[in-house]
Design a protein around this ligand. Structure first.
Ligand SMILES: NC(=O)c1ccc[n+]([C@@H]2O[C@H](COP(=O)([O-])OP(=O)(O)OC[C@H]3O[C@@H](n4cnc5c(N)ncnc54)[C@H](OP(=O)(O)O)[C@@H]3O)[C@@H](O)[C@H]2O)c1
Length: 329
């Protein structure tokens, strides 16, 4: 069967993305073929589309770290034609052809069945960003952070991970402070659940002292860099930070003092290689926690042709919430 796909090619040293019509024979070899209905745009997709960090080594390439749709053929006894499935991470869209196409062929161990509480569209409104936020919330909970522990902070709040972290924590009863570099998103952040909104600048510089006034019982940090160091210095005694992102950089200029004097815990969260069996309960929970009205507020929709421009926007920190990709558009 032929299908539309966004194909990334390297010509000399420049990347060129075009929508092309491909045939099933072009797909990589694996045990499950999926009719992809929806995909999404994540920060990493922006990096792939923009050639940042050389995440893709083999061309031509179909980007898209997320995909959701319906199984067409399966050589796996875990999936049958007609099953609704979601695939995120596992380096799909980087080392393997991804979701910016109407068809994909992937390994069955990367797939999770879409829970009854979600549509395939909603799984891609959530996507890697929402799953990562859910895993961060899970990490904080497993580390003992409760709604009555005190206020929690979400950094990079108007972005994809931040949007979901704010909404999920608010739904669970936490008092959420959202940090953003875009003051114009304040009403949006309050609409999705933030009790307070602070400016990125307030926490964006390295801490002037190793320990600052205690503010946060928990934090979902999508930003890293000096922000993460600043947040560590402001954590309450015994508080936990779930660190998942690096939009502000990889170097974290912290001291050991928050950890050894305030028992602060830094919890690393990865959603790329976490096994499928640990993902399924998180998808289930996302279906229970996300409000239909929240999906409406948090999502904009793009077609395959729109993705190169949207990728540049996400790298520039200009995307609010999540971009859903309609593969038929
Ligand atoms: N660990 C994992 O498995 C995993 C999975 C998914 C994503 N991630 C990482 O998580 C991060 C967020 O991903 P995303 O998809 O949510 O991206 P996104 O939608 O672009 O959100 C990132 C947000 O970070 C803030 N930001 C951007 N540049 C900044 C800067 N220089 N300093 C401070 N804040 C800045 C902006 O929020 P405001 O405008 O509100 O300030 C931006 O919206 C990325 O680093 C991504 O690679 C990691």
């Amino acid at each position: 069967m032929s299908f539309r796909a966004l194909v990334l090619d390297q010509i000399d040293d420049a990347l060129n993305a075009t929508v092309q019509v491909l045939d099933d024979d072009a797909l990589p070899d694996a045990d499950v073929t999926v009719d992809v209905e929806w995909s999404s745009l994540n920060y990493k997709d922006g990096m792939v589309l923009g050639g940042v960090g050389r995440l893709v080594r083999t061309f031509p390439h179909v980007p898209g770290v997320d995909l959701a749709g319906t199984v067409v053929t399966s050589d796996s006894d875990r999936f049958a034609p007609g099953d609704r499935v979601v695939c995120t991470g596992f380096f799909v869209g980087e080392r393997w052809w991804g979701g910016y196409a109407q068809r994909a062929r992937v390994k069955s161990e990367w797939l999770v069945k879409v829970p009854d509480s979600l549509t395939t569209r909603q799984t891609m409104e959530i996507g890697t960003a929402g799953l990562t936020a859910m895993l961060c919330v899970d990490a904080l909970e497993r580390d003992g952070v409760r709604p009555d522990s005190g206020p929690v902070l979400c950094t990079g709040a108007a972005g994809g991970v931040g949007t979901y972290a704010v909404h999920l924590l608010a739904k669970l009863g936490y008092e959420v402070t959202a940090s953003t570099g875009r003051p114009e998103t304040e009403s949006y952040l309050r609409e999705i659940g933030a009790a307070q909104v602070i400016g990125r600048d307030e926490i964006g510089a390295p801490p002037e002292k190793p320990l600052l006034s205690e503010r946060w019982a928990g934090c979902v940090d999508a930003v890293g860099g000096a922000t993460l160091a600043h947040v560590c210095a402001e954590m309450r005694y015994g508080g936990s930070v779930a660190a998942c992102g690096n939009t502000a950089g990889n170097d974290v200029p912290t001291s050991v003092l928050p950890f050894i004097l305030r028992s602060v815990r830094l919890l690393g969260v990865d959603s790329v290689s976490v096994p499928a069996e640990r993902r399924a309960p998180q998808w289930q929970r996302l279906g229970e926690l996300c409000d239909p009205a929240f999906f409406g507020a948090a999502t904009t929709v793009a077609g395959l042709d729109d993705l190169p421009a949207a990728g540049a926007q996400i790298l520039a920190g200009q995307v609010r919430g999540r971009v859903l990709v309609d593969t038929a558009r």
